[in-house]
Write a protein that binds this ligand. Structure first.
Ligand code: Y12
Ligand code: CO
Length: 171
């Protein structure tokens, strides 16, 4: 089922999510709804809190060189943690909760992560490049943070002014 995506400045986006305890049908339904919602909105990443569910669940499906999204490449990531991080990389990030806004954000370039799949199997792997960026972007959501919080003071002020205008105009 396609669910509504919460849009900034919805306060629920600031809620810190909690770990999943039971890897059951409820979790699998949540993952299906997140997948439907992300694909319907042409997203490449989505955290559960973006559809209002405060659980440590995120999905990522990057596009290939032709901009195509192969549904077999979907990552379902439960209770993620970053174990190690190194380097830095800057990328123009976007977010379904702040549509039309793209900003250069600095992240760690390479990360070692631990998470669980939908069946509760623990996975540890190293991620780099856009996958590492997406993981960090979505993990921030689970901690109640958005990429716009990483902007400089002046850029953030400019963003807030433009966003208020956009919301007022109902765009
Ligand atoms: C690298 C950087 C950031 C991420 C996080 C995931 N971000 C997204 O999935 C953003 C998607 C997005 C999609 C939009 O819709 C369309 O383009 C049709 C959009 O809307 C507009 O700009 C109008 C905004 C964001 C992963 C990897
Ligand atoms: Co986002």
């Amino acid at each position: 089922m396609i669910r509504d995506v919460l849009v900034y400045p919805n306060k629920r986006l600031r809620v810190k999510s909690k770990d999943v305890v039971d890897f059951n049908k409820e979790l699998h339904c949540l993952l299906e709804d997140m997948k439907d919602t992300m694909y319907a909105n042409e997203g490449i990443g989505l955290a559960a809190i973006q559809i209002g569910v405060d659980k440590n669940v995120l999905i990522i499906n990057l596009t290939d060189e032709d901009g195509e999204q192969n549904h077999e490449n979907l990552f379902e990531i439960i209770n993620p943690v970053i174990l190690e991080a190194e380097g830095s990389i800057t990328y123009q990030e976007g977010c379904l909760s702040v549509p039309t806004v793209y900003e250069e954000i600095e992240r760690k370039e390479k990360i070692k992560v631990r998470y669980y799949n939908r069946d509760g199997i623990m996975i540890e792997e190293e991620l780099e490049g856009i996958m590492a960026i997406a993981f960090q972007h979505e993990l921030d959501h689970l901690n109640g943070h958005l990429f716009i919080e990483k902007l400089s003071y002046l850029k953030r002020k400019k963003f807030e002014k433009e966003w208020k205008k956009k919301l007022k105009e109902g765009k």
